[in-house]
Ligand binder design. Structure first.
Ligand SMILES: Nc1ncnc2c1ncn2[C@@H]1O[C@H](COP(=O)(O)OP(=O)(O)OP(=O)(O)O)[C@@H](O)[C@H]1O
Ligand SMILES: N[C@@H](CCO)C(=O)O
Length: 324
């Protein structure tokens, strides 16, 4: 459960007094997520998520995330809208943390998405990329090559505490990817979600009813966003790649936004980069666990395995077969 900062009834009542959202009926910490503190709030009028932003979110960047969410709602995407208080403000503070009240979206995330879900996701991702093209904001991806190097430095050679040989693996991977990573103008780019894992997509049946958690959104390659999804949607519980999921996702993406040959060729490398990003953030969290937080730390080694997979030719062959 991700609750790093607790909120008392008195603090909640004071916070809500700035809004026109009714009286609280139910208020409880949410049993998922690792990044921010999230609470489910039900009032006599509606349902909301109260988010208190924690360690990895830079408060200066919150206006970018919240305005992006507002923009996407207005563009007709099923994203959660930030709620404004009586003064029209969406970004507030609570218990020493930046905080926002977000519209609750219905639906459930899938623990084990199937091909149809992957296809729905692929299409939604392409729609998202087309929609953000009209959004004026920009944000550097601070979890790309430079960010990986900074995370490696902050883990200070302790990766082998997690698994023997992991330190060497990570250092070699960062060096290899830093050499091969495409230049900024080499591939089509724009504002991407950058963390579109199954737990950030809510479904009713096979229909996507909500995309949440835009707090890593940034300006980067569209194909990198797709490669984050290949990492997080296209492996089974035993971490075995499921080609049918990847095919369904890429085909549906392409039905909405065609990938260029250069984008397709870059996917295996970008997917390795995405594996490394999640390996490193998970490793950092694994090495720096907060004893008082209610949080389930995620396994860094899942992404070391995926990274090894993306070094193989399997995805390249799948993309080649798709084209022939
Ligand atoms: N707007 C929303 N509507 C409905 N449920 C939501 C909403 N926002 C968050 N949730 C629920 O809260 C959980 C945690 O939210 P979120 O994924 O934003 O947390 P996080 O700590 O940023 O997680 P992550 O580890 O994915 O980065 C979600 O899995 C979902 O169940
Ligand atoms: N989705 C990420 C958490 C956000 O960094 C993970 O599963 O590691």
């Amino acid at each position: 459960m991700a609750v790093y900062t607790k909120v008392s009834d008195t603090q909640l009542a004071h916070f809500l007094s700035a809004y026109d959202v009714g009286m609280p009926r139910t208020f409880k910490g949410i049993a998922e997520g690792v990044e921010n503190s999230n609470f489910y709030l039900e009032t006599d009028r509606d349902r909301f998520i109260l988010t208190l932003y924690e360690k990895r979110v830079n408060a200066d960047e919150l206006p970018f995330f919240l305005s992006l969410m507002q923009y996407l709602v207005a563009a007709g995407l099923p994203t959660a809208a930030p709620i404004a208080d009586r003064k029209g403000e969406t970004l507030k503070a609570l218990n020493g943390r930046p905080a926002a009240l977000i519209q609750f979206v219905t639906g459930v995330s899938k623990d084990a998405p199937d091909e149809e879900d992957c296809a729905a996701l692929g299409m939604m991702l392409a729609r998202l990329h087309k929609a953000t093209a009209g959004f004026g904001g920009n944000r550097k991806n601070n979890l790309s090559v430079e960010g990986w190097k900074a995370l490696v430095a902050r883990c200070a050679g302790r990766a082998d505490e997690c698994a023997d040989g992991l330190d060497t693996f990570i250092n070699e991977e960062v060096a290899a990817l830093a050499r091969a990573w495409p230049a900024g103008d080499a591939l089509p780019r724009g504002v991407i979600h950058a963390d579109l894992f199954p737990d950030n997509v809510l479904f009713t049946g096979h229909e996507i009813t909500g995309i949440i958690d835009f707090y890593f959104a940034c300006t980067d390659f569209y194909a990198y966003d797709l490669s984050v999804c290949l990492n997080s949607w296209c492996f089974d519980a035993r971490r075995k790649f499921i080609p049918g999921h990847a095919r369904a996702m890429i085909n549906a993406y392409e039905a909405e936004r065609r990938l260029s040959d250069v984008e397709k060729k870059s996917l295996p490398l970008l997917a390795r980069g995405a594996s490394l990003r999640f390996l490193l953030t998970r490793l950092y969290d694994w090495l720096n666990q907060e004893p008082n937080a209610l949080v389930t730390v995620k396994d860094p080694l899942e992404y070391a395995e995926k990274s090894r997979f993306f070094r193989s030719d399997e995805l390249r062959e799948l993309l080649h077969d798709k084209n022939s």
